[in-house]
Ligand binder design. Structure first.
Ligand code: ADP
Ligand code: MG
Length: 262
């Protein structure tokens, strides 16, 4: 390598450090050799070097967004065995591309315990984070607690505005516990504030017809379901619990009881 090349590389290292772009330092000399061997144009070389920095940044951004999302257990769509739920394979495949988030559409996952609702909701959240969206995951009960705290301290509008900056909010386990009237109203405000602005993914072990009992009021439930499903994919999971596979237990006592495994 000539002195001129060495000097140029030193300068690249200095400039990459100034840009806080360490992958450029690493890629510059390695790719320069490859470029010379393969006869790349200057433009090809520059694009290849910058591409290393950009993809590394995207990956670390996704890692941060996944960590900040508050998932219970980290599950991905790649880990999901669609042979147990063949009917939804295609729909989930389409949702994985993240297009639903740019259109502020919702996803509702319904089905009995252990059929993979939380897994798929988490997997959709991870995919969203990888596509550059900010994501927050919590159970319906946790969301109500957060909203109640904000309401009590007079910050509900600010909290709803802050949450709208998240491209995706996941509400797991709607229906495990019934809501008090105040809680149901707060939850309704969350749904309204996101309507046609930003996406929700909800999971529930109850069909929509059972939501009236959860929210203690048929009218509130109907108004909420109306907003949720206006622009939504509703996926119904079927079959026996994945948790109980191969244990000789065919069915759980009732889908309305709390699942002790959760
Ligand atoms: P639900 O939320 O519907 O009660 P979960 O998503 O929590 O069910 O699934 C229960 C457990 O079984 C989790 O550990 C989940 O990762 C696993 N699981 C469920 N369905 C599948 C599947 N089809 N492929 C891989 N793992 C699954
Ligand atoms: Mg679950």
């Amino acid at each position: 390598m000539g002195t001129k090349t060495t000097d140029a590389l030193k300068q690249v290292h200095y400039l990459a450090a100034a840009l806080k772009a360490p992958r450029i330092t690493e890629a510059a000399s390695r790719l320069a050799d490859q470029a010379r061997d393969a006869g790349w144009t200057h433009e090809d070389y520059l694009a290849a070097v910058l591409e290393r920095e950009v993809s590394a940044r995207n990956a670390s951004g996704a890692r941060l967004r996944i960590r900040a999302a508050g998932f219970g257990a980290l599950k991905t769509l790649e880990d999901f065995d669609f042979d147990t739920q063949p009917a939804i394979r295609q729909q989930i495949g389409a949702l994985a591309s993240g297009g639903f988030l740019t259109e502020a559409r919702n996803v509702v996952l319904l089905g009995p315990p252990g059929t993979g609702k939380t897994h798929l909701a988490t997997g959709l959240g991870v995919a969203a984070a990888r596509h550059g969206h900010r994501v927050l995951f919590a159970t319906a009960t946790d969301w109500v607690t957060r909203l109640t705290d904000a309401h009590r301290s007079g910050r509900l509008p600010q909290e709803l505005a802050r949450l709208r900056r998240y491209g995706l909010i996941i509400v797991d386990e709607v229906g495990y516990l019934p809501f008090e009237q105040d809680a149901a109203n707060l939850f309704f405000q969350l749904v309204s504030s996101r309507y046609e602005h930003a996406s929700l993914v909800l999971t529930s072990n109850l069909p929509f017809s059972g939501w009236g009992n959860v929210f203690g009021d048929q009218a509130v439930a109907a108004a909420m379901i109306d907003r949720i499903v206006h622009h939504a994919d509703v996926l119904t999971l079927k079959g026996a619990s994945y948790r109980l596979r191969g244990r000789g237990i065919d069915s759980l006592p009732s889908i309305r009881t709390r699942d002790p495994a959760d």
